[in-house]
Design a protein around this ligand. Sequence first.
Ligand SMILES: [Zn+2]
Length: 318
Amino acid sequence: MRFRIVWLVSVLWLALAACTSTAPESSETVRVMASTSIIGDVVQQVAGEHVAVEVLIPRGQDPHGFEPTPQLMAQLQTADVIFINGLGLEAALEKMLDAPEFADRVVALGEDVPVLLPVEADGHEEEDHDEAHADEHAHGPYDPHVWFDPRNVAAWADHIADTLATLDPAHADAYRANAAEYRRQLDALDAWIREQVALVPPERRILITDHAVLGYYANAYGFQQVATVIPGVSTLAEPSAQALSQLYETIRAYNVPAIFVSEMINRRVVERVVQDTGVQMVLIYTGSLSAPDGPAPTYEELMRYDTTVIVDALRGVE
Ligand SMILES: [Zn+2]
């Protein structure tokens, strides 16, 4: 009996010692949220084991059309930091987060990137991006899909590391080291995309997408985004009959073999375009990662998947 008590006491003591020694490691102190699964992945790469990032918009849902529920609003109140893209991408969520109570907790990663493209109706880019950078961010004159240029995501990583380091100084070095390592991976990704795109003859580097989602990709890798099925940089619109006939003309004029569309988009109009023109419909991932067991479970794999199917379709590889 006595032996048993001694054993129990020493087990308890060991357990207690274990608790106090591991407690500072698993700091549950910082509550980090991210709007899209793409941003969530990048934040997690930088946070590493020190933070479990909560993603607000479920995978497979369109960030443009996402409507926050009352439960989500309650969840947001408990966040220490909420990473969003901004520039109008998460339209309804952004409006909610505009409230003064969130002012010092929201980090809009998309609004502070090296490459910022204006929203263009005619498909041509303006020069002087730095000048354009200076003002009017919140008013939507910029294409919000900044993650389609890995240089912008590298800038996100640094911005995320700085933010987490301020909230959780004990792990500041780890966050900065993770961001630096992730930057190296993004450099490799960028080099790989360039190699792949080089396989497509320059005159065939023509992109037609469901909405204007690949502006940054086109700009970075020498494509022309010549037309879209849905007008503009949001998915929350319908093409007019006139816009559709203009689209058909463009498809014929450029002799494009394929249009690139996301699973999240209402397929009705796209299917009509396919029927009317005989163009091939190729699925890409745009505003959300795939399911964890799908082909685009991380940002990096999303970019590799999209690049592979785009290059194959434009080269005419089945
Ligand atoms: Zn979009």
